[in-house]
Design a protein around this ligand. Sequence first.
Ligand SMILES: Cc1cc2nc3c(=O)[nH]c(=O)nc-3n(C[C@H](O)[C@H](O)[C@H](O)COP(=O)(O)OP(=O)(O)OC[C@H]3O[C@@H](n4cnc5c(N)ncnc54)[C@H](O)[C@@H]3O)c2cc1C
Length: 466
Amino acid sequence: MSTAVVVGSGPNGLAAALTLAAAGVAVTVIEANDTLGGGVRSAESTLPGLVHDECSGLHPLALGSPFAREFDLAGAGLAWTRAPIELAHPLADGGAALHHSAAETAAGLDDASWSAVFGPLAARFDTISEEFLQPMLHVPRHPIHLARFGAYSALPTDLMARRLRTPAARALFAGTAAHAFRPFDTPFSAAIGVALTTAAHRFGWVAARGGSGAIADAILTRCAEYGVKLETGRRVDSLDELGPVDLVMLDTAPGAAARICGDRMPGRIRHAYNTFRHGPGAFKVDFAVEGGVPWTYEPARSAGTVHLGGSWQETAAAEKLVARGQLPEHPFVLVGQQYLADPTRSVGDLHPLYSYAHVPAGYQGDATDAITARIEQFAPGFRDRVRAIAVRTTTDMTRHNANYVGGDVVTGANSARQLVFRPRISVHPYDTGVPGVYLCSAATPPGAGAHGMCGFNAAHRALDRL
Ligand SMILES: Cc1cc2nc3c(=O)[nH]c(=O)nc-3n(C[C@H](O)[C@H](O)[C@H](O)COP(=O)(O)OP(=O)(O)OC[C@H]3O[C@@H](n4cnc5c(N)ncnc54)[C@H](O)[C@@H]3O)c2cc1C
């Protein structure tokens, strides 16, 4: 029987473990943290009984993941749930709401250009996502659908926003595009926004019932069926620690993979890993809020996600400053109200509120007040409802998970080059150049998210070569 060690238990590490184990490989997962799950963990971070998502909170790309389908994670207990409105974007004079249907969103925005752009993409999202959830260098099975998606994705966000007619529609798109953590005038900076918006219209901006930890729990349930062994509280620093195994899957950042492989890694690949670029950081604050958030923009009171970026131009200016290493006076803040989709996370009228601001890489200051003030700006009276907070700085973020270098929660800058070729230019992006050793983290295609597709693809590459 072949043997494998998976280093790291994020969704990609666990997806790799499960895929290998299901193919008959004896797998052991080694995790540095005392708990499993990496970016998909939940905890009572503020007050007893309130379930907060420690990292990933909302999952427009996870529901349709081929990995989740192949292993029937729903059958293993993973249930997705949606708030009445997917996403709200309050503005000084009203706001914009993203509904499950592109047509309903366009009607609310009074902007037919929204459904003209996103309606056809959402209708074909299953074939489109099949293409972008694998390495970019492949012969597409659906070239025409992909071309339309690619034509929007390749644009700078500034140009993509101009395809929409009204200021509210532009602001709404800017908020989803900001998930790329990229300046809006750079090529391909629209790609993540196009993918997330389209996925929201296809599947919804969903939360996992019981907390994001339920994603890890479902994969672990399947892993147990195949006898995967688990070891926590052990950080791997070198391949030499692992003894003789046929396969090693590294659910780590590229720099860490280079250190773990040491001299066994060819110099050019080591160089590529050591010069892999990380993006800006996230500064996270979880709140326990009594009575929910008193948003002025009514639809935000029913939305699973709320983006606080202001107009398209304001979001663009904030993202540009962050990329230059400065904290804007009004940073882009994402607020997660997962409890609206999943009331089991609340205790009576006390609710767990999730938020993070985009901050410069390795930001050493305290953005708690900036985040609180941003929410208060759109929800006067919010401060008075806060009963407890839990803060995670960029330093805490890296300490909690070594993959989030400098607080980079998406494991690698989404530059044009790294969107297309990550972690390096290669037709085999999972290969590390060390026989039997593969990189399987979000630093590989298709990138960040709790979809497990990096691990799933890497495991198939490893099995092909075994
Ligand atoms: C604050 C925050 C918000 C996010 N929001 C969302 C969201 O809403 N939706 C979404 O889809 N995604 C979101 N993400 C991103 C998502 O969580 C990640 O893209 C995803 O978890 C990546 O999975 P992974 O398996 O590649 O790595 P990770 O989940 O980062 O896991 C890597 C694991 O490897 C372990 N490890 C690393 N090095 C070693 C070592 N040397 N030895 C042993 N173990 C090691 C780490 O401890 C960690 O457990 C968010 C992330 C953060 C932090």
